[in-house]
Design a protein around this ligand. Structure first.
Ligand code: CO
Length: 191
């Protein structure tokens, strides 16, 4: 009898323990539903997309507002730039890379990127440049008419320059290699 009572108590204790364990399981199960919230919040808050410093559409490159901007203009064996216009903001620090994506040597298909000051006689400059082979087609007596220029490069080469955007207005850029400026000429517009 005594023995039976003890075993009954033991049985009750086991039952209580089992119920307690089930409650614990139930409790931990409801807690497991909490973590997904921070995970969802994390994916709903992605890193702010990096703003591009410029955009290109229909051969026109336009920079976004900002202290500085870097971009590339390409040139090829067909005597062409990939850009016909470049629009920048007043005072911007511009890092421009001219890339020659062709294969021809610079003695045959040389390219540069020359930005002229406002109101320069472009034809007169280009004509003078033709006989300025010794100075890579930048005529020494007209250097004052140049705002910025890259080196003369051949196929596979690049030339990088940095300059500050001049006062607002419309400027001309061109390649001064003999005979190229008719095709390799574009507008540089400062707003
Ligand atoms: Co050229």
């Amino acid at each position: 009898m005594f023995k039976n009572a003890a075993s009954l108590l033991k049985h009750k204790a086991t039952l209580a323990f089992t119920v307690g364990s089930l409650m614990l399981v139930g409790c931990s199960e409801s807690q497991e539903k909490v973590p997904p919230k921070p995970a969802a919040a994390k994916s709903a808050k992605p890193a702010a997309p990096k703003k591009e410093a410029f955009s290109v559409k229909d051969g026109i490159l336009t920079t976004n507002p900002g202290d500085s901007v870097a971009f590339e203009i390409t040139s090829n064996d067909a005597m062409q730039y990939n850009l016909k216009e470049i629009h920048v903001q007043k005072g911007q620090k511009i890092t421009l890379t001219l890339s020659h994506v062709g294969k021809m040597a610079k003695t045959v298909m040389g390219h540069n990127w020359v930005l002229l000051k406002k109101d320069v006689d472009v034809s007169a400059f280009a004509t003078a440049a033709m006989s300025a082979q010794a100075t890579a087609y930048i005529p020494a007596d007209k250097k004052a008419e140049v705002l910025a220029h890259t080196d003369l490069i051949g196929g596979g080469e690049k030339s990088k320059i940095t300059f500050e955007a001049p006062e607002p207005g419309e400027y001309i850029f061109l390649c001064t290699f003999p005979g190229h400026n008719a095709m390799m000429r574009g507008k540089f517009i400062v707003k």
